[in-house]
Unconditional design. Structure first.
Length: 488
């Protein structure tokens, strides 16, 4: 699973579009800005700047002198690199983080219902709870976990319309379209996004003392108390923690054991804030090492989750937040076009490599066939000579066998004749074999022609030879009869 996460993170850095997100931290005394380059889950700070405001510019988070704010923002432009605002490279995304003085937050419980009905129920809840009318309100909400599965819990955040419109108007005069708006605690909570356990977040700054409870990465309740000079901070904190504990135990059956404390104002040291009876393990806020404390909220705003998320809130009107959605749509289209382009390029490269490999293999096989064909033809020619030699050798062997058989056969016949000669008183003088007609001419002599006739009769009776020719030859002067017998 870890391997897949790392792979998709790496893949997202390749295919996701590069987006410049500029976060603004609005305070009564100054405005801080941080520009970050976003690509996938990778964040790279590009530039930061801060400018002080006159006392009359913003009071309690409300713009009192728009011209002073506009002049301050114009000076910030001159202090930032020009390429950040080069529209040819893509319009940056502007995220505004404002003080919580005019922010209304509430966690409401509703029975189970579908999303449309839940949205209508939230609208009615806001209409009956806010000190100003619903048309004069900008609000957003998210669903949060709840112990009772038969209910739905919703965290609602709302702001007065004219407060937000004053900020938007100043930015529009400079030519900037604000894409999202949140309050300071949400911007700082981006640095706690990797905390998986439920926790309490305590923030003390010039706005007052804020406490919030986070569960499953979502803010579930938020409390704000503007501190007066005569307030006992320790007592105020105890009261807020008590309320958060009751909320967490009743809705989640959880007793918070971990807290993060961020003190952006001079005041009582950390240990005296926490009642030992709460048994909270308090951790200092994880400030980024490379970020000045003045820029931490602006940095958190610039790292706002850039995507459709169930954990993010934006206090902008629908027509203005539509700007954010439009930007997201363009970026999403760019994302999928990049993914499609990467897929097509990868497919074409792979297909081209496979095609080239197949062509080369085909050429190599054809070349091998040609080479083997000439070799086979040469071997076949050599084989023909061997075949002819083998045939001649077989003929020779057959001839030798036939000759051997014939000689053996003739020898047997002559042996039989010789035995009869000895019985009949005929003498064998000589024999020769005429080639080509398989004839044997034997010369015999006998003192009596009767003996010759007896030999002839024997030869004819036994049919040792297929034919027998005995010429009539008169006796010689010695009294012997000499005859040449032709045997076949």
């Amino acid at each position: 699973m870890k391997f897949l996460r790392r792979f998709f993170k790496f893949f997202s850095r390749i295919v996701l579009p590069r987006v410049i997100v500029i976060g603004f931290d609005i305070q009564d005394t100054h405005i801080a800005v941080v520009a970050s380059l976003r690509k996938g889950d990778k964040v790279k700070p590009l530039a930061s700047s801060v400018i002080d405001l006159p006392d009359e510019a913003i009071q309690n988070g409300e713009i009192k002198n728009p011209e002073m704010v506009r002049v301050a923002l114009s000076k910030l432009i001159n202090q930032m690199p020009a390429y950040l605002f080069n529209r040819l490279k893509g319009e940056p995304v502007f995220v505004l983080s404002i003080p919580p003085h005019h922010i209304y937050t509430e966690t409401a419980l509703f029975p189970l219902m579908n999303e449309n009905d839940l949205g209508e129920a939230v609208r009615l809840k806001i209409e009956t709870s806010l000190p100003w009318s619903l048309p004069d309100t900008y609000y957003d909400w998210i669903e949060v976990p709840v112990l009772d599965k038969g209910q739905k819990a919703v965290f609602i955040s709302a702001a007065s319309r004219h407060i937000i419109d004053d900020y938007l108007r100043v930015f529009l005069e400079i030519g900037w379209n604000v894409s999202a708006c949140e309050f300071h605690m949400l911007s700082l909570a981006s640095f706690l996004g990797k905390v998986n356990t439920p926790f309490v977040f305590i923030l003390q700054d010039e706005d007052g003392l804020e406490c919030a409870f986070f569960c499953e990465g979502k803010i579930t309740t938020h409390l704000l108390r503007k501190l007066r000079p005569d307030d006992d901070v320790n007592r105020v904190l105890k009261d807020q923690l008590r309320n958060i504990f009751v909320f967490a135990e009743s809705n989640f059956n959880i007793t918070p054991e971990e807290a993060y404390f961020c003190n952006r104002a001079t005041g009582i040291p950390l240990p005296s804030f926490i009642d030992s009876n709460t048994q909270l393990s308090v951790n200092p806020f994880p400030f980024p090492q490379d970020v000045d404390a003045r820029f931490v909220i602006a940095r958190g705003a610039s790292e706002r989750e850039y995507g459709v998320s169930e954990t993010s809130l934006s206090l902008l009107p629908e027509e203005s937040s539509g700007r954010f959605e439009e930007n997201l749509l363009l970026k999403t289209m760019s994302l999928w076009s990049n993914i499609f382009l990467a897929f097509i390029v990868t497919f074409l490269l792979a297909f081209g490599a496979l095609w080239a490999f197949a062509i080369n293999e085909e050429k190599a096989v054809l070349k091998e066939i040609v080479n083997k064909r000439s070799l086979v033809e040469q071997q076949f020619a050599n084989a023909q000579t061997l075949i002819e030699s083998a045939r001649a050798f077989n003929v020779l062997v057959n001839s030798a066998g036939a000759s051997t058989g014939l000689t053996s056969h003739m020898g047997e016949k002559l042996s039989a004749i010789n035995a009869q000669i000895e019985k009949s008183g005929v003498y064998f003088k000589s024999a020769r074999m005429e080639e080509g007609n398989n004839q044997i001419i034997a010369t015999f002599s006998s003192p009596s022609s009767q003996n010759i006739s007896a030999l002839k009769n024997y030869l004819e009776a036994t049919k040792i030879f297929s034919s027998l020719i005995v010429p009539v030859v008169p006796p010689t002067s010695s009294g012997d009869v000499t005859v040449d017998i032709t045997l076949k």
